[in-house]
Design a protein around this ligand. Sequence first.
Ligand code: AMP
Length: 146
Amino acid sequence: MDKYGHILVAVDYSHHCRIVAEKARQLASLHQAKLSLLHVLDNIPMPQMQYGTIIPLDELSDNTLLEAEKTRLIELGKDLGISKDNCQLVWGMPKREITLFADRKDVDLIVVGSHGRHGIALLLGSTANAVLHHAHCDVLSVRLKD
Ligand code: AMP
């Protein structure tokens, strides 16, 4: 089996996200791959910023909500043993930005969580579904129990 070289784990900070991140960490260690931790920021107003912008974690802004988001990501990375350089904060829509980021950074495996939605919720589409449909690389969807 070919080894993965760059694994991307997308986290939404739900209480399940550590399960997803831990699975990605184990795979990265098994494959001796680079592991990137990505959060797509979609919940604070950023009118001047274009979708897809990678937000530098080191540059201080006067937006306190944004600074809190940076700290949250860095702290999660620290807990998982992922260096700040490999923690990525992107502005936009998670369904779109996760796969675009993977394309830009030559990721060969994306790891996301999945709640295994059925019926109308599946038709409306989850983030995991969107990633599965649009990714150009392998996708591991970690089944989460509600
Ligand atoms: P959902 O379909 O919204 O329940 O999310 C399923 C999975 O998509 C999560 O477990 C994450 O892996 C990923 N995801 C959802 N929202 C985000 C986000 N804002 N940033 C990064 N990943 C996300």
